[in-house]
Design a protein around this ligand. Structure first.
Ligand code: CAA
Length: 255
């Protein structure tokens, strides 16, 4: 199976499992990933972690061997399949974290960009090298990268195809943290920083920030007013504010 879905305590873990091809995204793998994301959506985990099997790569991108010689119609369908699969991450009821444990190129970086947050090992190397193949990114990279690092940096990465190291990725906001030690353990430690909070309220926060990036300010502020009001009417908000007043730790129950 090219995708492994496991559970570690309250977390779902998806491992891209084609280490012999640096976890490249074959179409079979993308379909398996889509099914795994559907399972995660229904599975009640507090967060989803995604990583790559083996010590070398998170994911080396679309499977170039499969791309070669395809018809235009098949190519368009492939791009739409990749985009639709990665878009499932936005709709998950829980946040997702890409644990970039080595190479994340092309579609591999696009998958990481579709996650809520990204952490990387110090040996991680990232880039959108499609231009070197005579291509541009097709699984969301041209849209999500500028939203994460800004237009100028995104254009530079897409136009030069150059490789970005872990330190630069941290400095530019491409990743949130650098990690040392076991990547999955570090991913869990990172996820624990938010996973104890109310899941629906975390969802409202994610939604509000996502909308900020494609909405004029005035409309975005209205969305924030609506979503913060929805948060306010949850039982978790009552509990959080009551716990503050009573000087105790809140017990959130996802409502
Ligand atoms: N597709 C298919 N197979 C791949 C692959 C890919 N993207 N990346 C690596 N592999 C395979 C290699 O062909 C090799 O298999 P064989 O031994 O059978 O030849 C195996 O994985 C190991 O790879 P290397 O020997 O190349 O390993 P390396 O350590 O020398 O180099 C690398 C690592 C720099 C990541 C190099 O493999 C590489 O440049 N890979 C391609 C990266 C790339 O261009 N990605 C973008 C793909 S296009 C895309 O993603 C479009 C999109 O927007 C969706």
């Amino acid at each position: 199976m090219s995708i492994e879905l496991t559970r570690i305590e309250e977390f779902a873990l998806i491992t891209l499992n084609r280490p012999e091809a640096l976890n490249a995204l074959s179409f079979a793998l993308i379909r398996d990933l889509g099914r795994a994301l559907d399972e995660v959506a229904a599975g009640g985990a507090r967060a989803l972690l995604i990583t790559g099997a083996g010590a070398k790569a998170f994911c080396a991108g679309a499977d170039i061997k499969e791309l070669t010689g395809r018809s235009l119609a098949a190519q368009k369908q492939g791009a739409e399949l990749g985009q639709a699969t990665f878009a499932k991450l936005d709709r998950l009821p829980m946040p997702s974290v890409a644990i970039i444990n080595g190479y994340a190129f092309g579609g591999g970086l696009e998958l990481a960009l579709a996650c809520t947050l990204r952490i990387a090992t110090r040996n991680a190397k990232m880039g959108l090298p499609e231009i070197k193949l005579g291509l541009i990114p097709g699984y969301g990279g041209t849209q999500r990268l500028p939203r994460v690092v800004g237009e100028a940096r995104a254009l530079e990465m897409i136009m030069t195809g150059r490789t970005v190291g872990a330190e630069e990725a941290l400095r530019t906001g491409l990743v949130n943290r650098l990690i040392e030690g076991d990547p999955v353990e570090q991913g869990i430690a990172f996820a624990r920083e938010f996973s104890g909070y109310s899941l629906p309220v975390l969802g409202f926060g994610r939604e509000a920030v996502k909308r900020a990036l494609d909405t004029p300010l005035n409309e975005g502020l209205k969305i924030e007013a609506d979503l913060s009001t929805l948060a306010f009417q949850t039982r978790d908000a009552n509990e959080g504010m009551a716990a503050f007043m009573e000087k105790r730790k809140p017990k959130f129950g996802d409502h």
